[in-house]
Structure formats: structure tokens, C-alpha cells
Design a protein around this ligand. Structure first.
Ligand SMILES: Cc1cc2nc3c(=O)[nH]c(=O)nc-3n(C[C@H](O)[C@H](O)[C@H](O)COP(=O)(O)O)c2cc1C
Length: 353
């Protein structure tokens, strides 16, 4: 099956089927209510600076697509909405345009989003199989992106019948890439999270997008495509590290720029991720339907709603700046609390700060 055909099927499945993990662990995180915020709502500053660019509040629309005319429509709608609201945008895997440069236009959205942070995207297996800094540079420069995310999608590839199961020497390859590139380079999961052990090997990068368990499950997506291995892929549906745990783990070992994503579904979720240690958040699936329908106004409305929710969370936590969220107490319940305990997380630190 061609890359383009596979991408088209992924989008169709994401629109038509239930592809999310069984539980969103961000529901197990809560703030402690303070009845006296002692600040005025209008004085709150929701802006953040990340990778040299300012966001109106800490949000990106995460990597989804590219490579076809349909993908261009999606990318264009997302780019316009991100520009109108002042947030960042990730592009889908650029393998298609590297293999066929005539497809570059399907990723080239800078003309619709002149000033926003745009993140290019290539999978690690492509570098293991031979891509070098040349392809990385090409992917970023050709479309005037600001930086590159290399996606680490071993679970996704293992769930695909035609998956690229090439991850050997990945750390070394990323290290060499980082040495040779003059724009920020981050690693990104695609829905299964990044542990502190993995993150510990990636400290030389400019950041990590955890893309943890709790939102879109790639095993779920592949389950609907799979014929021969359906039952195996189904067992992987909920495999991964919950997003809040993954953020806390990356933070605990000193990763400075963490993007919290995977199941982020509201401005309140964004506030929780920031409080756990994320610099910004990414959201993919909830914007897909509106992007396919080229409903730029709808996307803008949704982003503005999330911004308002994020600001309310800041107000209720008495935060005038986004960084203030980082020292507000958090409580953990349910399965997340059990997993955090087993991973040796410091509850006292979060509960009483
Ligand atoms: C239709 C679709 C296509 C995606 N394609 C890519 C991709 O090409 N590269 C990538 O790094 N992540 C890709 N992702 C993963 C998202 O960027 C994100 O990490 C993941 O969906 C979790 O976020 P969510 O729960 O908000 O959807 C894709 C997600 C969706 C829904």
C-alpha cells in the first residue's frame, strides 16, 4: 500500500471509528481549589515563548497530515486557524514530499500562517534506513518551517502490517542529527508516551513531545485496518505511558522543554499539563473533523474556548503568568495515582507545593 493511501485510510478511520484509548488519565489529575485567588481575571497573561516564538497560550495543533490534495486542505485550514489565534502547528510526516518533491505544496502552509511556529515531522525509521541531515534540512527549509520533530512510533509501526520496524542506533542517529542541524530538533511519540529512561537518553535534544496514552491510540486505528493480526493489535490498544505520568517523568529528570500531548481535550487539561511540567500542549484528533470540512471558523472557535478555559484555570489558581501554574498543588486519583506510586513519583512535591 502506498504512503498516501495509508494516510487517507488513517484519516477516514479517525473520523468514523472510536480510536481513543479506554481511559484519559488527565481525568485523574485535579487542582486544589483556592476560594481567594487575590488577582483580577483581566490581568492574567496567557502567553508563552517556545522555540523562539510566542504563543497566545500554550497550545499547538499536533502533527497529522500531508502528501495529498486532501491533506493540503486539512493543513491549510489548520494553518489559518492557528495564525488567527496565535498558536503553533505541527505538520504530518514529510516522508511523502521527500520521496516525491512534487508533493511539497501539500505541506507548504507558511503563506497562510506567516508568523506562527511550524514544526516539520519525519519518523525515526526513515533516518535508520538512510535519511541524513540532508533530508532533515530539506523538510524544514522547503516549507519555511521553524524546526523538526522526529517521531518515535515503534508501537504504531508494530501495529501495522506493513510497519517500518527499524529503530536500531536511534539515539546515536538523533545525536548526530542534532550536531549538524541549526534549528531546534525534538523527539515526539505518537500516543504511547516517553518514559524517564527514554528521555534520559535524549537530553541533548531541544525538547520532547510526550504524546502519551489517553487520547488517539494508533493500535486502535490499525485495529480497524488490520485483517490478519486484528486480535494482537487489539491487545495493544491501551499500551503506553499515560500523558500526565510521562510529563512528570520527563520533568523529574530535567527535560526543559516538554510538550504535553495525547488526550489533551480542554483548556483545563492544558493547565494540568503545564502544572505537571509541560511548556506547551499539543492536540490532534479533536480538530480533524473540522479541518477536513475546512471549517476554519469552527477551529478558531474551539481554540478560543480552550484559551478561555485555560485562563479560568489560571485565575482559579491565582496565576498571573503561565509559569505560576508550575508551583500550584496537584492531586492524583485512580489508576494514575497507582502508576505514579510504582514509578516512584514524589507525591509530596506535587501535593503541597
Ligand atoms: C489523523 C492523524 C494523523 C497523524 N499523523 C501523525 C504524523 O504524521 N506524525 C506524527 O508525529 N504524529 C501523527 N499523529 C499523532 C498526533 O500528532 C498526536 O501525537 C496523537 O494523535 C495524540 O494526540 P491526540 O490524542 O490529541 O490525538 C497523527 C494523529 C492523527 C489523529
Amino acid at each position: 500500500m502506498t504512503t498516501e493511501r495509508r494516510k487517507f485510510e488513517h484519516i477516514r478511520i479517525c473520523l468514523e471509528e472510536d480510536v481513543q484509548s479506554k481511559y484519559n488519565y488527565l481525568n485523574d489529575v485535579s487542582f486544589v481549589h483556592f476560594a481567594l485567588p487575590e488577582i483580577n481575571f483581566d490581568e492574567i497573561d496567557t502567553t508563552v515563548k517556545i522555540f523562539g516564538k510566542k504563543l497566545s497560550f500554550p497550545l499547538f495543533i499536533s502533527a497529522m497530515t500531508g502528501g495529498t490534495d486532501e491533506a493540503l486542505k486539512i493543513n491549510k485550514a489548520i494553518a489559518k486557524a492557528c495564525q488567527a489565534t496565535g498558536i503553533g502547528m505541527g505538520l504530518g510526516s514529510q516522508r511523502a514530499m521527500i520521496e516525491d518533491p512534487s508533493l511539497t505544496y501539500t505541506y507548504d502552509v507558511r503563506k497562510y500562517a506567516k508568523s506562527i511556529l511550524i514544526i516539520g515531522n519525519i519518523g525515526l525509521p526513515q533516518f535508520v534506513k538512510g535519511y541524513t541531515e540532508k533530508e532533515a534540512r530539506y523538510a524544514v527549509r522547503e516549507i519555511n518551517a521553524d524546526m523538526l520533530a522526529v517521531h518515535l512510533n515503534s508501537l504504531q509501526e508494530a501495529s501495522q502490517p506493513e510497519g517500518d520496524l527499524f529503530f536500531k542506533d536511534g539515539i546515536l542517529i538523533l545525536k548526530k542529527l542534532k550536531e549538524k542541524l541549526d534549528f531546534p530538533l525534538i523527539a515526539k511519540e505518537t500516543g504511547a508516551g516517553i518514559s524517564k529512561e527514554t528521555a534520559g537518553h535524549l537530553k541533548f535534544l531541544d525538547g520532547i513531545d510526550v504524546a502519551g496514552l489517553g487520547g488517539t491510540s494508533w493500535s486502535a486505528v490499525e485495529y480497524y485496518r488490520s485483517n490478519d493480526h486484528k486480535e494482537t493489535v487489539k491487545k495493544l490498544w491501551n499500551w503506553g505511558i499515560p500523558t500526565p505520568l510521562s510529563i512528570a517523568e520527563c520533568k523529574s529528570i530535567g527535560i526543559k522543554t516538554i510538550i504535553g500531548s495525547g488526550g489533551v481535550r480542554s483548556g483545563f487539561d492544558i493547565a494540568k499539563c503545564v502544572s505537571l511540567g509541560a511548556k506547551a500542549c499539543g492536540i490532534a484528533l479533536p480538530f480533524l473533523k473540522m479541518a477536513v470540512e475546512e471549517d476554519v471558523k469552527g477551529i478558531v472557535r474551539e481554540i478560543e474556548t480552550m484559551k478561555r478555559e485555560f485562563k479560568i484555570a489560571m485565575f482559579l489558581n491565582s496565576c498571573l503568568s503561565v509559569d505560576d501554574l508550575k508551583n500550584k498543588p496537584l492531586l492524583f486519583t485512580g489508576e494514575l495515582s497507582t502508576l505514579m506510586k510504582q514509578r516512584g513519583m514524589d507525591f509530596q512535591y506535587f501535593n503541597y507545593r
